[in-house]
Design a protein around this ligand. Structure first.
Ligand code: AMP
Length: 193
């Protein structure tokens, strides 16, 4: 069996599309702390063509390869930029949207999953009643860095009784090898830097 991490759907994103998207992601050095090159997507969100393109390309990850029918039952967005990108993807697929948030932000009863950061730990949460069980879920975020946040979200979704159809991100920071932590789930990124 082929390792799903290496059967990532080849998104039909051509050079012009890649250039358009890349030219709307701004590098902000040393933010939020020294040594981090922050990938700021606000110029991309500001541009109707680029925003629409990202939505359409990521929504393909929620469709069947063979007949383009919708195969996702739900889209999950990870706080906070995953909300901005994930909600229009859910709309494009006519599915519901479920937010995964940082600890203490969701108002009703939650399930949680903690994970290690370079310094300390972080926790992601989802509402307990977000899943009835067995839904096929597409997880959306802006940037895949170390993969810790997405890994915890995959584990949280599975522990909640739903199935992870795949992970779809705008951009991965390839040098951080986040994919290595996600070998058991198909990961699609539109841009790799
Ligand atoms: P990680 O858990 O390391 O994969 O980090 C992923 C989360 O942190 C995502 O929700 C990203 O939005 C954010 N993130 C991490 N590194 C960056 C970066 N260099 N630029 C923008 N966002 C980042």
């Amino acid at each position: 069996m082929t390792d799903p991490a290496f059967t990532t759907r080849a998104e039909p994103i051509n050079d012009a599309e890649r250039e358009l998207l890349l030219s709307h992601v701004r590098d902000v050095p040393d933010w939020p702390e020294p040594g981090v090159m922050f990938k700021d997507i606000t110029p991309l969100l500001r541009d109707p063509q680029a925003f629409q393109m990202v939505t359409d390309l990521l929504a393909r990850c929620g469709r069947s390869d063979s007949d383009e029918s919708v195969s996702a039952d739900l889209v999950i967005g990870i706080e906070a930029r995953g909300f901005i990108i994930g909600a229009p993807v859910a709309h494009a697929l006519s599915t519901g949207f479920v937010p995964v948030r940082k600890e203490g932000k969701l108002p009703a009863a939650t399930s949680s999953m903690s994970y290690e950061l370079e310094y300390g730990r972080a926790t992601v949460e989802v509402h307990r009643d977000a899943f009835a069980g067995g839904e096929r879920v597409l997880i959306v975020d802006d940037v895949l860095a170390t993969g810790g946040t997405v890994r915890a979200t995959v584990d949280l979704v599975r522990a909640s009784g739903a199935d992870v159809l795949g992970v779809a991100v705008l951009m991965e920071l390839g040098f951080l090898n986040g994919r290595e932590r996600l070998r058991d789930v198909p990961v699609t990124s539109l841009l790799s830097v």
